[in-house]
Ligand binder design. Structure first.
Ligand SMILES: *Cc1c(COP(=O)(O)O)cnc(C)c1O
Length: 399
């Protein structure tokens, strides 16, 4: 490791809480799907800040929107009307069947808002004392207390109990288990159409449709967490749209403002009735600066048909990765994912492969020790993806 890197690493150890294990990289600059570290080394970024920089780093038009808004208005709070919020809401709502938006600042916060809306809708609109949220094994919904309880993974809540009550979990792809878990106490089912942190696992279309049918039959709400899979990542604007279902509430964050903290929920007009003035709020949510940047991002996603591009580029990449699996069946055990949300599961320990990729200038994420998780900018050049697979093949052949 270089001196420049060691200097940054030492400051981190001195100054910050020990809450992250980090990659051995200190990044100073980004452009498109490229990153540069403190030593000037260039990397192909196949992670995009964990599905955040969907348009790539420092996108010219997004920078221009940020600069222009930064000289006009940053923040006045939700005590005031602000056109920037409305322009963003109109754009977002044009992409789905939802009629109402609520803005916040992160994925966990979006899920908290979704959970609160579901509970309050049941109590105040349906007149039912239903508070329970059912989630799926291997889900991830965030790290705040409600979202942590929804996530239900003991390794993440170690030392933090007690968690809020009113959450239960069932195995994915098992409709009978879900049906058995639904009771008069159930307010909603919450799921990711493609489980992200769980290792890039798309739920089957039949299962998603079955869950929707159960929710309708039992008159409970369906919440889709689109924080990672949404905004074009999977090849549709929203991941739930692959199954043609109509969730009552969706949560959104990561790519919404391409790197500025920004989150939202979208609700049907009916579910949206669960909130009234004063029931939920956040100081920063939907501030003018973040809203103007997010609106530009959504405008570009729609104008440049980036969901469609993700579908096409992702499908070609998946074909190439499957061909690689055929050539090296002992090294690659599975290729899965949708659009540009992809996982390549290795048969052996992935750590050495991941490190070798990094040495060759390719940044991706290693999930569960053996799945290479790829979440590149939706604008990435196909040549970068092809080069990644070539290098991966060389590395796997040398093992
Ligand atoms: C990242 C993520 C979250 C949490 O988002 P934060 O912005 O980190 O709070 C929630 N749900 C899913 C599916 C995610 O991928």
């Amino acid at each position: 490791m270089s001196q420049a890197f060691e200097a940054v690493k030492q400051q981190e150890a001195d100054l910050l809480c020990r809450s992250y294990s980090r990659y051995p990289l200190a990044i100073v600059r980004g452009k498109g799907a490229r990153l540069w570290d403190v030593d000037g080394r260039e990397y192909v970024d196949l992670l995009a800040g964990i599905a955040v920089a969907g348009l790539g780093h420092c996108h010219e038009e997004v920078c221009a929107a940020l600069e222009a808004q930064s000289r006009k208005l940053w923040h006045v709070s939700n005590l005031f009307y602000q056109q920037e919020q409305l322009d963003l809401a109109r754009l977002l709502l044009s992409t789905s069947h939802h009629g109402k938006a609520f803005f916040c600042n992160s994925g966990a916060e979006a899920n908290e808002a979704a959970i609160k809306l579901a509970r309050r809708y049941m109590r105040k609109i349906k007149g039912r004392d239903a508070c329970e949220i059912i989630t799926l094994n291997e889900c991830f919904h965030g790290r705040t207390f409600g979202a942590l309880a929804a996530t239900g993974r003991e390794s993440l809540s170690d030392g933090f109990t007690p968690l809020p009550e009113g959450f239960r979990q069932v195995p994915a792809e098992d409709l009978a288990a879900l049906e058995a878990a639904i009771s008069p106490l159930t307010a909603a089912v919450m799921l990711e159409a493609v489980q992200g942190e769980g290792g890039v696992k798309p739920l089957s279309i039949d299962y998603l449709r079955g869950v929707e049918a159960l929710c309708r039959q039992k008159d409970i709400l369906l919440i889709c967490d689109e924080v990672q899979a949404g905004l074009g990542r999977t090849g549709k604007f929203w991941a739930f749209q692959h199954a043609d279902i109509r969730p009552d509430i969706i949560s959104v964050a990561k790519a919404l403002a391409n790197g500025l903290p920004m989150g939202a929920i979208l609700a049907t007009d009916e579910a949206g009735r669960g909130f009234e003035a004063g029931s939920h709020a956040t100081t920063f949510g939907g501030g003018a600066l973040a809203s103007a940047v997010a609106a530009k991002c959504v405008e570009i996603l729609l104008r440049d048909r980036l969901p469609q591009r993700a579908a096409e580029v992702g499908a070609r990449f998946k074909d190439q990765a499957l061909a690689l699996q055929k050539r090296l069946p002992d090294a690659v055990s599975e290729v899965r994912g949708l659009g540009l949300m992809l996982g390549i599961e290795l048969a052996g320990d992935g750590k050495a492969v991941w490190e070798d990729l990094l040495r060759h200038g390719f940044i991706c994420n290693l999930s569960h020790g053996r799945t290479l998780r790829l979440l590149p900018p939706l604008t990435i050049e196909e040549a970068d993806l092809t080069a990644f697979l070539q290098v991966l093949e060389e590395i796997l052949r040398k093992q």
